[in-house]
Ligand binder design. Structure first.
Ligand code: SAH
Ligand code: SF4
Ligand code: F3S
Length: 486
């Protein structure tokens, strides 16, 4: 009983993580990785930011297992604490420093207890952006490591043990990192993230990602397939292919192929052939990189879920231009029409920024009009946050905070209404649901994910866990669905 509760609560964190995925800050205290072997040391990894950081945290745990670290769900008593950070908005970065204040106290307690010390590492995008500034501002930090260097963790830990000098690694070793990641993953559950592409060459004028993740790099197809085969062998049924610009993917084609490179459409078709994998998703894509093959894949690949996250950011052409998005609203609208023609049951999601410099009431109304025209199943929306070093930070006409807040409220009301309406439109339909776990209430119900990612509750036995079952939807709220086993 206790065991069931434990697993269930972890699955809920995982569900929440997916919901929050592109949102302000994902804070994940559990990794969804199985603790490895008879380890003696404990590592706590806290994840902020996007799905790519969630993936990286799991991979850090994979890398640390062979040198004796087992993951735990709290910093209390940990031998190694890693904060895997996000720099996308100001608040996200500031949270790291307040967390470091709390960790400093825990480290002091551990040092005083005589049970060894606590090593503190800051990884991820704040580490890349701020480098040595972190150890200056928070001397509790022993190691600072950027997102393309974490394959060197064992070496960094050894270096720290030898010299006790702070360790700083912020190079862009993306391909080397992918080459050195272990093929085997310690994964729990039936849905997994797999990073296939990293970095960004697009330089939107609001965004730090090109600076924190480096240039666009695609993983070779064979490497991705080996990782997914391993996941399938562990019971994974659903993979989400990740990249900051996932549809810019152009990785070396598999051995024996007549082509040099695969695009994302071809990669999806290839992954769909892996035994055991029943569902494929990808995120985040850019409207400029939706090519014909990828659009066609929405019609031909039945394993590709009919749910596309395609960020528009703004409905105003003037703002899109100033953001350097490289496309107009009309381009986006036409694209959506073509993808919907290929896959009529497609639902859409997006990211929006309100209050970008120079955004007038009229520009904001263009965003509201776009949302009404397109119709979203869900979406994330943010107030523009000034990021030092990006072109947007130096633009005139910064929008006052109260105007941003008022616009965000109005946009979020509209998006919430669309989300509820979309969920309610599913009542009466029968949908395939991937069952993740039995309910913590132990009331004969289970919890799973619909194709559009809503959490779905229905009566079924524990034998359905890990399976995809047909569920007739009987009720819908803003965030979840209820149904009956069909
Ligand atoms: N590569 C993706 C987005 C990655 S960042 C794309 O191009 O769409 C995730 C989201 O954070 C962005 O889509 C954007 O909506 C938001 N974001 C990025 N920088 C921001 C900033 N400075 N202020 C507010 N929101 C921002
Ligand atoms: Fe940032 Fe733009 Fe790159 Fe997306 S495409 S990661 S928003 S710079
Ligand atoms: Fe944040 Fe870096 Fe992801 S800035 S959103 S963790 S790429």
């Amino acid at each position: 009983m206790a065991k069931t509760l434990d697993i269930d609560s972890k699955r809920k964190v995982s569900a929440r993580k997916q919901e929050l995925a592109a949102k302000d800050v994902v804070v994940a205290n559990t990794l969804d990785v199985a603790p490895a072997g008879p380890n003696t040391k404990k590592v706590f990894i806290k994840t902020y930011g996007c799905q790519m950081n969630v993936y990286d945290s799991q991979r850090m745990a994979d890398i640390l297992a062979p040198i004796g670290y087992a993951p735990i769900d709290s910093a209390e008593g940990a031998d190694l604490v890693i904060l895997n950070t996000c720099h996308i908005r100001e608040k996200a970065a500031e949270k790291v420093y307040s967390e470091l204040g709390r960790i400093r106290k825990m480290k002091e307690e551990k040092d005083a207890s005589g049970e060894g010390t606590m090593t503190v590492a800051v990884a991820g995008c704040v580490a890349q952006a701020e480098g040595a500034e972190i150890t200056r501002r928070a001397p509790v930090v022993d190691m600072v490591l950027g997102p393309q260097t974490y394959h060197k963790l064992p070496e960094m830990i050894a270096r720290l043990a030898r010299s006790n000098d702070e360790v700083l690694e912020t190079q862009f070793d993306t391909l080397e990192k992918f080459d050195e990641l272990p093929v085997e993953r310690m994964i729990k559950g039936f849905a997994a993230f797999v990073t296939i592409q990293e970095g960004c060459d697009k330089f939107c004028t609001f965004c730090v990602v090109p600076y924190t993740r480096g240039a666009e790099v695609s993983r070779p197809v064979d490497q991705i397939v080996a990782e997914i085969r391993g996941l399938a062998a562990q019971g994974v049924r659903e993979v989400t292919l990740l990249g900051q610009n996932v549809n810019a993917y152009h990785g070396p084609a598999p051995a024996g192929s007549t082509q040099d490179e695969f695009g994302l459409g071809e990669l999806i078709a290839h992954v769909a052939k892996i035994g055991g994998i029943e569902r494929i998703r990808f995120t985040t894509s850019h409207p400029r990189d939706m090519d014909e093959a990828l659009i066609a894949a929405h019609g031909t690949e039945s394993k590709l879920m009919p749910y596309l996250h395609l960020p528009l950011q703004s409905g105003s052409d003037k703002i899109l231009k100033s953001m350097n998005r490289g496309h107009s609203y009309a381009h986006y609208r036409d694209l959506i029409a073509r993808i919907r023609a290929a896959r009529p049951d497609l639902a859409l999601s997006s990211d929006f920024i309100v209050g970008f410099p120079g955004e007038t009431d009229e520009d904001f109304e263009a965003t509201m009009t776009a949302v009404r025209e397109i119709g979203y199943g869900s979406a994330f929306s943010f107030k523009y946050s000034i990021r030092p070093g990006t072109p947007g930070a130096d633009m005139d006409n910064q929008v006052p905070e109260d105007v941003k807040s008022e616009r965000l409220t109005r946009l979020q009301e509209l998006l919430a209404k669309q989300q509820t309406e979309f969920n309610q439109s599913l009542i009466g339909k029968t949908l395939p649901v991937l069952v993740e776990n039995v309910s913590a209430k132990n009331d004969g119900t289970v919890f799973g994910r619909a194709p559009y990612l809503q959490g779905t509750h229905f009566a079924a036995g524990p034998e359905t866990v890990g399976q995809i079952v047909q569920v007739k939807i009987t009720d819908a709220g803003r965030n979840s669905l209820t149904g009956l086993l069909a």
